[in-house]
Design a protein around this ligand. Structure first.
Ligand SMILES: [Zn+2]
Length: 341
């Protein structure tokens, strides 16, 4: 289900399974590492401060939001020219979702856009967003899927990214329970943003399994920034969920949202994929960039939405990863995931 309506699964093609074509990510605004730089938080991005922004990417207000249709089309044309067909845009409640803009961008570029539903982390929500209970959250997700988001009649094709913090909050568990109910009622895939702890995915998987989620139709996001221990990775993969290595190109190792850990590099993502392939999990791997800041767009000197197809796919081939497995990760697995069960 795209923002232009349902499409045949064989039209899905090369897919980035977690990205943000437009976003308002100011909910995560964080002070810079050097407190003497506080005034830089209000500066517009320019070539003079781009080095600072790349390191302190969560501290620049300008960096955390982009929503211009023309700019988005220019970014997506690069993706299209590199063979990209579909983008899963999991911008949902709390991240500035705008169905009408997504529809316009899809019409202008010919890129299939699958729009998200449900609720991002509690930090990004208005207070007491769950006070009306599970039922009201469930109904709002069901409306996104069956009628359309807000007054747009444009339908969501995925439930996600469902936000979980670490520790997982009570309100986020309510949001998850509503999301699982909608996933069971509609057969749409459920895509999860886990908290930053190696055991967070397993905690969530246990929780949703008890609620009757179809684990083969669930995507655990941000695997690359969450799990560093391969024995935990293997245990997580054995649950049957898809594993999304969705931060390709995010090459600033300092991670302002979790300074006690770090953001891995693309070479570590490739090693993780090699491990998963060796352990026969190649049917479960999904790939994406999770672009959510200006500094990763081409207009601001970033890698853009074509990073996977233009640089990582050729690099994986040079590393000896089989072309058929690459096609699985880029086309077949996303198609399986997005096909409504
Ligand atoms: Zn995201």
């Amino acid at each position: 289900m795209t923002v232009l309506g349902a499409i045949d699964p064989n039209k899905v093609g090369n897919t980035s399974t977690h990205d943000h074509i437009i976003i308002d990510f100011n909910a995560i605004l964080t002070e810079p590492i050097d407190k003497k730089d506080l005034e830089k938080m209000d500066e517009k991005i320019s070539i003079d401060n781009l080095g600072w922004v790349r390191f302190n990417w969560a501290s620049s207000k300008d960096n955390l939001t982009y929503n211009n249709i023309e700019d988005a089309c220019k970014e997506l044309i690069h993706y299209k020219n590199s063979g990209g067909k579909t983008i899963v845009d999991v911008t949902n409640v709390g991240l500035g979702r705008d169905p009408k803009k997504l529809k316009s961008i899809s019409s202008k570029t010919g890129i299939n856009i699958v729009m998200g539903s449900g609720f991002y982390v509690e930090l990004a929500q208005k207070k007491n967003y769950t006070s009306d209970g599970i039922e009201s959250l469930f109904e709002s997700i069901m409306k996104d899927i069956t009628v359309g988001v807000d007054d747009s009649n444009i339908k969501s094709g995925i439930i996600g990214e469902i936000g979980c913090s670490w520790p997982w909050t009570e309100n986020e568990k309510i949001s998850m329970e509503a999301s699982v109910s909608a996933h069971k009622a509609t057969g749409l895939p459920l895509l999860i943003h886990p908290g930053r702890d190696q055991y967070a995915p397993l905690e969530i998987i246990n929780f949703i399994d008890k609620l009757g989620a179809d684990l083969n139709n669930v995507v655990i996001g941000h695997i690359d920034r969450t799990i560093f221990d391969y024995s935990i990775l293997k245990e997580t993969a054995e649950s049957g969920t898809f594993l999304n290595l969705d931060l390709w190109g995010h090459d600033s190792p300092y991670y302002p949202l979790a300074p006690e850990t770090y953001m891995p590099g693309d070479h570590e993502r490739i090693e993780m994929i090699e491990f998963l392939i060796q352990n026969d999990f190649e049917d479960k791997i999904l790939l994406a960039h999770d672009i959510c800041t200006k500094h990763r767009l081409k207009k601001y000197g970033g890698h853009g939405f074509d990073h996977l197809l233009k640089r990582i796919v050729p690099w994986m081939k040079l590393r000896g990863i089989d072309s058929e497995i690459i096609e699985k990760m880029m086309i077949d697995n996303p198609t399986n995931m997005l096909t409504i069960k």
